[in-house]
Design a protein around this ligand. Structure first.
Ligand code: ADP
Ligand code: ZN
Ligand code: ZN
Length: 737
């Protein structure tokens, strides 16, 4: 058969392959890549996406089934985005069906339709009426006239024109008008030239801001790293860059980390621009998500602000992509399709031929390295706005010192002084709960999680023992289960304990705790921020949630209770993350008119990283770490991938990883350019009842690494024992190597 036609369709399944189908029974034009189709799959019918058509199939034609319904007339995924998705599936070694699905809201993934809007128009009978036929009923006459003038109008437009539902109903009952639904068309956000795109006058830029803005080329791809401390005015540069893009009727995509930042950021964007803004984040209902997605895809939103998954949202006329807080590890998805939204954004901007702007006060080593390699253009903004001075750093050596549940005397004195001067204090401790360990004083018994290699954390607010790794909970015992002693001690401290210590030390002061437990709902976080932003004296104690993006202008003292944990971590990124976190926390101090102080408690004040950080030089600190990475040939001086396997019996998972290594070495023996590490037990070998092992690949050349991984993913798919256990391939892993 010369004119046989087959379709390769991606279906959401764990298999890294496409499925062949015959054309639909009803004749249609050739289906384009990206079009959704209903296809028989096993015993079910599922929604798949056409990837390509071919003239041949590896399967006998009589075994193939035809496509059922064709769900779209044109692809919902523009060709460039479709290419980016194909690239991402290859790069991250993830099944294409799953990758394509990540670009669609669930409704569309399941075969649902685009948001519909209902419109009213004159019926055949209505069209025959004279102009003033309804003059005795003025409101009905008004509706008649409107439809005579406009042809059809949406329900919202009629309401806006003052037409009541009752009026609509009466004309409908007379069969003079009829309704129909249609997908809202891409109106574009063009404001008819009457309104300016700007709703307020932009600030006049500082020399550095101006220089940064002028460097950005708007009509071709280039990546820029805007490097400037918190409060230096990066956001103002984004806003002005976006204004340029909007004036050319193009859209801007702004990616932000997955945090409660959206209300603040959104308020600032809303105040500046007249155009519709679509917000895409995990807190949306399915309906809201579909609408926001469609606002971006149809072009009705000029600006799209979103968390990680928005990296894949279709746009009608993309003009710029901005990734704020680009160093933030939440841009990397840690399960399933393990992509980095930042890196996807770079590739997408490249393919779209538009600028990509990364911004951070503490850029990732990857991005700094890319600047060094001239792949990104490095734009620095120095100083802070509003005359706010940089905070003074003070290292507090806590060796030999008497601590009051974690607080040194000098820190307590400093808090007292700041409170008496009516200021706010921020105490940072990256550990939730009351105490990380419960131990029997008489026999040494420790409360451990049954499912994980981890101690249970004592919580006093919702009293109990919680595992922070598998979420299991149990009641606090009154006696030691081992020796029945009542002498159960709480070791170490978490935010709840610091909160109660501070409250005991400063009974008059207001203490707010900010962590995942105290801000469970979005509303709770907003209320807390409102309280804090009254700028009345108080103490904030919390986890890294405090370090992110919030403006706390009345904070004059930042205390880092325990800076030591990251110094000895097995994770090669631990120091980088610690430096970023401390610099970000420190950036919260003295943002208002008053200068700030940062006090860091450590047993290792002589450690070079503290010295570098305390000289206000995240840049020098980063250079120091980059040298170390170069010396040990770790990323970004090499490329890494992590293969993980887990199973409720450890031996099998370890065995699979061992055979995976044998397979890989058979393909490409280890050498200085290609190192295999492991298999080793994961940092927490047992988690949630499963034993976890990992094998690390570190290669100087990306191409050979990807070739190997591709082979490995097929090998793993075919391996019988791999089928029953959980395995994954993580390219550019963020956590422990
Ligand atoms: P970043 O994004 O680097 O943290 P922002 O853009 O949020 O910095 O700026 C911090 C503060 O300084 C904001 O209140 C902002 O309105 C103000 N600001 C920024 N740029 C200017 C400017 N050119 N002139 C006056 N104020 C500015
Ligand atoms: Zn005991
Ligand atoms: Zn557990």
């Amino acid at each position: 058969m010369t004119d046989a036609l087959f379709y390769q369709v991606a279906v959401q399944s764990p298999l890294r392959r496409l499925f062949d189908y015959l054309p639909p029974r009803e004749a249609s034009a050739v289906l384009q890549p990206g079009v959704r189709v209903a296809v028989p799959f096993g015993k079910r019918e599922v929604c798949g996406i056409v990837v390509a058509h071919t003239c041949s199939s590896d399967y006998p034609i009589n075994k193939l089934k035809p496509i059922g319904a064709v769900l779209d007339s044109t692809s919902l995924l523009p060709p460039v985005l479709f290419d980016v998705l194909l690239w991402a599936a290859r790069y991250y070694q993830h099944p294409l069906g799953d990758v394509l699905a990540s670009a669609l809201p669930t409704t569309l993934r399941k075969g649902g339709s685009l948001p519909q809007q209902s419109f009213w128009r004159l019926s055949h009978h209505g069209k025959g009426l004279p102009n003033d036929a309804l003059r005795r009923a003025p409101s009905q006459q008004a509706l008649l006239q409107l439809l005579q003038q406009h042809g059809s109008l949406s329900r919202e437009a009629l309401t806006a024109a003052g037409i009541s539902a009752a009026t609509v109903r009466s004309l409908k009952n007379k069969e003079l008008i009829e309704s129909f639904s249609t997908t809202q068309s891409g109106q574009g956000f063009d404001l008819d030239g009457e309104l300016d795109i700007l709703a307020e006058t932009p600030l006049s830029l500082s020399v550095d801001q101006q220089a940064a803005l002028e460097q950005i080329e708007f009509h071709n791809y280039r990546s820029y790293l805007i490097d400037g401390e918190t409060g230096s005015g990066k956001t103002e540069v984004y806003l002005q860059a976006i204004a340029s893009v909007l004036r050319h009727s193009r859209q801007a995509l702004v990616l932000i980390p997955e945090i409660n930042l959206s209300p603040q950021t959104l308020a600032r964007f809303r105040a500046r621009f007249n155009c519709p803004i679509a917000l895409i984040h995990s807190g949306l209902s399915e309906r809201q998500r579909l609408e926001a997605w469609w606002a971006a895809a149809s072009g009705s939103a000029g600006i799209i602000i979103g968390t990680r998954s928005a990296a894949f949202v279709p746009m009608q006329a993309p003009g710029i992509i901005i990734v704020d807080e680009e160093h933030d590890s939440s841009f990397k998805q840690q399960e399933g399709f393990r992509y980095s939204a930042r890196d996807v954004a770079v590739m997408r901007a490249n393919r779209e031929n538009i600028p990509l702007v990364l911004g951070s006060a503490t850029p990732s080593l990857e991005s700094l390295y890319n600047c060094e390699q001239q792949r990104y253009r490095h734009l620095s903004i120095k100083g802070r706005h509003g005359g706010a001075k940089q905070a003074a750093w003070q290292l507090v050596d806590i060796r030999h010192s008497q601590l009051n549940t974690g607080f040194s005397q000098s820190v307590i004195e400093a808090i007292k002084t700041q409170l008496s001067e009516g200021n706010q204090i921020l105490v940072f401790l990256n550990r939730r709960g009351f105490a990380p360990t419960l131990m029997c004083h008489d026999c040494g018994w420790v409360a451990d999680c049954k499912h994980c290699d981890a101690h249970l954390t004592v919580h006093t607010n919702r009293p109990g023992l919680h595992c922070h790794h598998c979420e299991s909970r149990q009641a606090l015992p009154a006696n030691c289960p081992h020796c029945a002693s009542e002498q159960l001690n709480y070791l170490g401290q978490g935010t709840e304990r610091s909160e109660s210590t501070l409250q005991a030390l400063f009974p008059e002061a207001t203490v707010h705790r900010v962590d995942r437990d105290s801000t469970g709902s979005k509303r709770a976080m907003e209320e807390l921020l409102e309280q804090i932003n009254k700028n009345e004296p108080c103490i904030l104690v919390g986890t890294q949630m405090l370090a992110k993006g919030h403006h706390f202008p009345a904070v004059t003292l930042v205390v880092v209770l325990d800076a030591d944990t990251s110094l000895f971590s097995t994770d090669f990124r631990a120091l980088e993350k610690m430096g970023q976190l401390i610099t970000q926390v420190a950036g919260r101090a003295g943002r208002g008119a008053k200068p700030g102080v940062v006090m860091i408690q450590s047993h290792h004040c002589e450690h070079p990283v503290f010295e570098l950080l305390s000289q206000h030089s995240y840049g020098k600190f980063a250079q120091h770490l980059l040298q170390e990475r170069q010396f040990s040939a770790m990323p970004p001086y090499s490329n890494a991938a992590l293969i993980r396997a887990e199973f409720h019996q450890g031996g099998e998972a370890l065995g699979l990883m061992q055979r995976a290594r044998d397979y890989l070495e058979g393909q490409m023996p280890s050498s200085p350019a290609l190192r295999y590490l492991g298999p080793f037990p994961a940092a927490m070998e047992k988690r949630n009842g499963r034993y976890r092992y990992q094998l690390t690949l570190i290669a100087t050349e990306r191409r050979s690494l990807h070739l190997l991984l591709r082979g490995l993913s097929h090998w793993l798919e075919r391996d019988k024992s791999a089928r029953k256990l959980r395995w994954s391939i993580d390219v550019d892993p963020q956590d422990t190597i």
